[in-house]
Design a protein around this ligand. Structure first.
Ligand SMILES: CC(C)(COP(=O)(O)OP(=O)(O)OC[C@H]1O[C@@H](n2cnc3c(N)ncnc32)[C@H](O)[C@@H]1OP(=O)(O)O)[C@@H](O)C(=O)NCCC(=O)NCCS
Length: 233
């Protein structure tokens, strides 16, 4: 239990640049309280005490402004920043290392029972005010823009924004994959000019040799061929 608490605190510290100490996080972060209380409520829900799970989840909502249904499955190191106005429905599945900002709804679109809420895979970021609705999947490491309304699956690594949401970026490359070109642009321009100069010198050479042949009056096909052969090499 203490290991899990430590993980929640570490997640808050890693994901909120404003967080300073574990003590501060424990005292001032309703998002962390909501997750800790949810662990307890989920335990009650899955141990045949659904009323108490619901009851304490409402107490948690009263304290934090964050409503997480006790049936929702929440992974490790999930961090809710700022809290307030968040709703996470009963059949929602949230993976590890997810970051959720204020005003996010992970809700259902159908009144039928069964899986009707989103599945959020690992390391997803859901921007403030985003509404993610229905039994859809937000792929690993995807990002949902603030204020988006997401009604369809979002592929892993993609960024979706807008109402209804559209994917603006496909899978983001990792820093290692990016392979930035940090070469000096002036040096690159000079290299290009030098290459061009060599080309031009070759052409001038051809013309000079042609002129020489014409001047000396020796216009033998074999000699011209030889000149071109030399230039080609
Ligand atoms: C979606 C998001 C992750 C994209 O960030 P990014 O990869 O840096 O993207 P950019 O800022 O380069 O924007 C790319 C395009 O998407 C648009 N865009 C970005 N965020 C948007 C949003 N939330 N809604 C609508 N359009 C958005 C930009 O206007 C831009 O459009 P353009 O190419 O036509 O100019 C980010 O904008 C976002 O919304 N993050 C949520 C942060 C949050 O909720 N913080 C709360 C802190 S309390």
């Amino acid at each position: 239990m203490f290991d899990s608490l430590k993980e929640e605190l570490r997640a808050a510290k890693n994901k909120d640049p404003a967080a300073r100490s574990n003590f501060e996080i424990l005292c001032c972060y309703p998002g962390v309280w909501a997750i800790i209380l949810h662990r307890w409520n989920h335990w009650l829900w899955t141990h045949n005490l659904p009323f108490w799970g619901r009851f304490f989840s409402q107490i948690s909502r009263f304290l934090t402004g964050i409503e997480i249904h006790p049936g929702a499955q929440i992974g490790k190191r999930v961090f809710i920043d700022h809290g307030m106005g968040i709703v996470i429905g009963e059949t929602t599945i949230v993976g590890d290392d997810v970051l959720i900002y204020q005003g996010v709804v992970l809700g259902g679109t159908s009144l039928s029972k069964g899986k009707r809420h989103p599945t959020v895979e690992d390391a997803v970021v859901i921007g403030s005010g985003a509404k993610v609705l229905g039994n859809i999947t937000l792929g690993n490491s995807s990002k949902i823009g603030a204020g988006a309304v997401v009604l369809n699956d979002v592929p892993p690594g993609a960024t979706a924004v807008g109402v209804p949401s559209r994917v603006i970026y496909e899978e983001q490359k990792t820093v290692e994959d990016l392979n930035h070109d940090f070469s000096d642009p002036v040096a690159s321009a000079i290299d290009l000019l030098l290459e061009r100069q060599v080309e031009l010198e070759k052409q001038i050479n051809i013309l000079n040799q042609k002129l020489d042949i014409e001047k000396t009056g020796i216009i033998r096909d074999s000699e011209i061929e030889e000149v071109f052969k030399e230039v080609d090499e």
